[in-house]
Design a protein. Structure first.
Lengths: 497, 467
């Protein structure tokens, strides 16, 4: 048998992608083993950062390989339901580097006194599980990953003094969502809605999965645990639990592409997206009246993460594309805001928004980073969030104009809330002889690492948008249009004239 | 990205290709010059190595001067082309399916003179601020924000599509709010900045919604698809209903940025910022940004009599309100803010009446006079003393005033109304802001109670009411 050279190239490509995925997932686990064995005499930050840097590089390698392979998806391993044990496609390629950068930034900014070996191990385990999630579409593996990612978060909150109530709220939400996800997934496997003429069991399973996503993503009316988590948990835990948006990923894998729906979007997802729009506006409105910085970040995170789900129900790749852009931009920007807040809190204690705190003189560079992350979160032109909002609003013009208007309302409310937060934290009278809180080098590296993609991709978004368009087209099962062409209606009218 | 220019053949002896290339380069220079200074001054400051005062002033000033020179050169080239508009396509920013965000600029008889005017004014204020803010702790921050403003202003003025216009508009808003809160250690400055930004964002909804409607109506945000022809005689290309809706939304957006009633409360408070920024923002450029947008979209207004009527009513109402309230102000900068508001109101009325060229002349002359007045305001007492010394005594009162014709009782009533700022702010605060804010606070309190209840320990001992 002679080997086909044309087929050999994709095989080599797929092999390399598999290797890089394994490296991204395993590197943090090796670092955990090293830390547990006590084989590293210095701070646990060093081996952990090295491991996450490897994951970052591996994830970047996946992007390059995916793009060089013309954006074809690659799956391997056992297949169950609609998914495979290993699935690497546009979503993996685009989202895994984002998550890797977020995890690395969290580790770099974490205050020294917080970062003992157990805390570092928890961060690394959660990171490894998150990377694994973005490389699979297997329903049962996703259920397992939900458990694995929720557990370190709960342990971390429970171990924080005074945070037992927050741990209970989190545990309640997670138990409900896990119960729904497990039962829903089993029902969907028994009566798969991926195939035509699915029965009542399969459809009920789909709705249970949607309910699980609703709870895990903090969508109205199950949103209350989101701000509670930010108020009670260490910032690293709250950010690591919410920013990768495993629930949105699950919704993408399990609810998009059902055969019973002609346009490829399940009714469950459409319902979720409408509730998500309400959450986006409601979260923005609540963010306006928060009295402490953590509450502000929690409600902003609630609003922004809802925007992701709001775009996922789009029937055209443009909305889905916008949702992915929000996923990346809100993840990076809110992580940045959270980390700046954490850096200031670790120096000066909790920050109230009831009166101006006057932190500008103490920490001018942190103030600048907070402002830039804030502007990058609220759709300032030249940042990725502007592109994301533009895509969601433009995508919604054809069939759901209200989605565009609610997106605008949410952006306006979040913008006012962010600037209020900035002025309340950094404005106000200060003691001239007070201590200076200079930014540390590792903090500056982490924050710059988060900031650069937000502005670079905002100023030059074309490659990202093209990649996401391919990913969205694959998910919806629609051919990707030639970008920049006018819509068919306009083409007809112009040819007619 | 391949730059491309609409070909136009009417030129006064210059080859068409040459003028096209020239305009492209000059327009890009007008935009990039302030943006480059923003990067040159802002990035070193962000990474802990701010430039010195002299270098900062020089760098930002050079950017504005380059923009001014490029604007003048464009004006000359346009003169050779009989002021026929040049639409400069800088390429596609990003495209998905049938949606393409294009970077489209326009060089015509409105945009290019306005860029010259705004860049020149920015350069003058930059030179003034270099001395005025000497050794001020936020020196670099001021100039970074001034560069953001200059970039945004040029982007807005040269915009050839509603998307690009919105981008510039946003930069204006954010730099304005941050400069009002420049003296962040003062609580009043922080409050004033938040008030201004909130008003801006609420009114920005108008521009965003207008953009959405324009995209839905013509499939793109390009002005070429909305109107055609040479300013100020362009023709509207969309149906009157669309034109009316878009015009009304643009008027709403312009009201916020130009401090028109009932969104005027932020303007006198905006004088909390440093004097140079007050001069350039609220005496000259930012206050007229709304008027500029209306002038740019004037063919839509032509097709929307309802919007024009509204514009006249708002403008005249604001002018009367500002004259009345401004006349009882005891603070010079607040008085100047109300004077700016009066003129902005009159400019709105002129645009509503269709007097576009007069409105443009009014904008330019008012901006120059008012910015000079605001820049001189810190030295007002000194100037007064010099004047008195030169005259050998007090210069005397102003003579006859309109208010002298009114009955004394009515004068007292007006005085009371003016002291209360026409009850405008009270009505907005009590009628809208306070109820909304209280409602949101109640919702937040309910959320907290619910979370507290969820987080309670549900052990047997707790249920029995034990400790």
């Amino acid at each position: 048998m002679t080997a086909d050279p044309a087929a050999a190239i994709p095989d080599a490509l797929h092999g390399a992608m598999l290797l890089l995925t394994a490296a991204a997932v395993v590197a943090p686990l090796i670092a955990v083993a090293v830390l547990k064995l006590g084989g590293f005499p210095t701070s646990p930050r060093t081996p952990a950062a090295a491991a996450l840097l490897i994951s970052c590089l591996a994830a970047s390698g996946i992007v390059l390989l995916w793009n060089s392979g013309n954006g074809e998806s690659f799956s391997s391993g056992e297949r169950l339901g609609g998914g495979s044990l290993i699935q690497i496609d546009g979503i993996t390629a685009v989202l895994m580097p984002t998550v890797a950068v977020i995890e690395l930034a969290i580790l770099l900014v974490a205050p020294k006194r917080f970062l003992d070996v157990p805390a570092t191990a928890r961060i690394l385990c959660a990171a490894s599980a998150t990377f694994a999630a973005f490389a699979t579409s297997h329903p049962l593996v996703l259920v397992a990953i939900w458990v694995v990612t929720a557990l370190p978060t709960w342990i971390s909150i429970r171990g924080t003094p005074g945070s037992r109530p927050a741990a209970r709220v989190f545990a309640t939400a997670m138990l409900v969502s896990l119960g729904c996800l497990t039962s829903g997934t089993v029902m969907m496997l028994v009566d798969p809605p991926w195939e035509r003429h699915a029965g009542i069991v399969g459809n009920a399973g789909g709705w249970l999965v949607a309910l699980a996503v609703l709870v895990r993503k903090g969508i109205f009316p199950f949103h209350s645990w989101y701000p509670a988590l930010f108020s009670g948990a260490p910032m690293s835990t709250a950010l690591a639990a919410t920013m990768p948006q495993i629930a949105a990923y699950t919704a993408v894998r399990l609810l998009i592409g059902h055969a019973d729906h002609g346009d490829g979007v399940a009714l469950e997802l459409v319902t979720l997206s409408q509730l998500a729009l309400v959450t986006a506006v409601y979260g923005g409105a609540l963010a306006l009246v928060q009295r402490d910085l953590r509450g502000l970040i929690g409600t902003l995170a609630m609003s922004q993460s809802a925007m992701v789900l709001a775009g996922l129900a789009g029937k055209v790749p443009m909305e889905l594309n916008g949702a992915f852009c929000v996923w990346i931009s809100s993840g990076l920007a809110l992580t940045g805001i959270g980390l700046v807040a954490w850096a200031i809190e670790s120096r000066a204690g909790p920050l109230s928004l009831a009166t101006p705190q006057g932190r500008f003189r103490d920490a001018p560079e942190l103030a600048a980073f907070f402002l830039l992350f804030g502007l990058a979160a609220i759709g300032l032109p030249g940042t990725l969030s502007f592109v994301a909002d533009d895509l969601i609003v433009s995508g919604s013009l054809d069939d759901q104009l209200h989605a565009g208007l609610m997106t605008i309302a949410s952006t306006v409310l979040c913008a006012i809330a962010v600037l209020r937060g900035w002025f309340m934290v950094f404005g106000g009278p200060t003691a001239i002889d007070g201590p200076k809180h200079l930014i540390l080098r590792r903090e500056r590296v982490a924050m710059t690492g988060l900031l650069v993609p937000l502005f670079v991709l905002g100023l030059y978004p074309a490659p990202l948008v093209r990649s996401l368009e391919r990913a969205a087209g694959q998910l919806l099962g629609v051919p990707v249009e030639e970008s920049g062409n006018p819509p068919p209606s306009l083409q007809e009218s112009s040819s007619g004239s | 990205m391949i730059p491309l220019i609409c070909s136009v053949n009417q030129t006064r002896g210059l080859p068409a290709g040459l003028t096209q290339d020239l305009v492209l380069m000059l327009v890009v220079a007008q935009l990039l010059a302030p943006a480059a200074t923003l990067a040159a001054v802002g990035l070193p400051a962000l990474f802990g190595f701010p430039l010195g005062e002299r270098r900062t002033t020089w760098c930002v000033g050079a950017g504005f001067a380059t923009g001014f020179a490029a604007g003048l050169a464009t004006l000359v080239v346009l003169w050779f082309r009989n002021f026929v508009p040049e639409v400069v396509h800088l390429g596609t920013w990003f495209a998905v399916g049938h949606h393409a965000a294009t970077i489209e600029l326009v060089a015509d008889g409105l945009s290019v003179p306005y860029v010259c005017f705004s860049s020149g004014l920015c350069a003058v204020v930059n030179a003034f601020a270099g001395k005025y803010l000497h050794r001020e702790p936020g020196f670099t921050r001021f100039f970074v924000l001034l560069a953001v403003f200059g970039t945004g202003m040029n982007l807005m003025v040269l915009a050839g599509s509603i998307d690009v216009l919105f981008a510039g508009w946003e930069f204006l808003g954010i730099s304005s709010a941050l400069l009002i809160g420049f003296f962040h250690e003062r609580q009043n400055a922080v409050k004033a900045a938040l008030r201004a930004f909130t008003t801006y964002r609420i009114c920005d909804v108008g521009l965003l919604a207008a953009g959405v409607i324009v995209h839905q109506a013509v499939g793109s945000g390009d002005f070429e698809r909305l109107f055609s022809g040479t300013w100020p005689h362009a023709q509207c290309l969309v149906p009157p209903t669309t034109a009316t809706l878009v015009s009304l939304l643009l008027v709403f957006a312009a009201m916020g940025k130009s401090g028109q009633v009932p969104f005027s409360g932020w303007l006198p408070r905006a004088m909390e910022g440093p004097t140079p920024s007050s001069a350039i923002f609220y005496g000259a450029l930012s206050i007229h940004a709304g008027a500029y947008v209306l002038l740019r979209c004037e063919p839509l207004l032509d097709a929307a009599p309802l919007a024009r009527l509204l514009l006249v009513m708002i403008g005249v109402g604001t002018a009367i309100h500002a004259v009345l309230v401004g006349s009882v102000q005891s603070d010079l900068k607040a008085m100047l803010a109300y004077a700016s508001m009066t003129q902005a109101g009159l400019i709105f009325a002129e645009i509503g009446l269709g007097l576009r060229t007069l409105a443009l002349i009014h904008i330019v002359s008012h901006a120059i006079l008012r910015s000079l007045q605001i820049l001189r305001s810190p030295s007002a007492l000194h100037d007064r003393h010099e004047l008195e010394a030169a005259l050998g005594g007090h210069p005397g009162s102003g003579g006859w005033s309109f208010k002298d014709m009114l009955p004394e009782k009515f004068q007292r009533l007006l005085y009371r109304v003016a002291l209360e700022r026409g009850f405008e702010e009270m009505a907005v605060m009590r009628g809208v802001v306070d109820p909304v804010w209280r409602g949101l606070e109640r919702l937040d309190a309910a959320e907290r109670s619910w979370v507290e209840w969820l987080g309670k320990s549900w052990s047997w001992r707790h249920r029995r009411g034990g400790p």
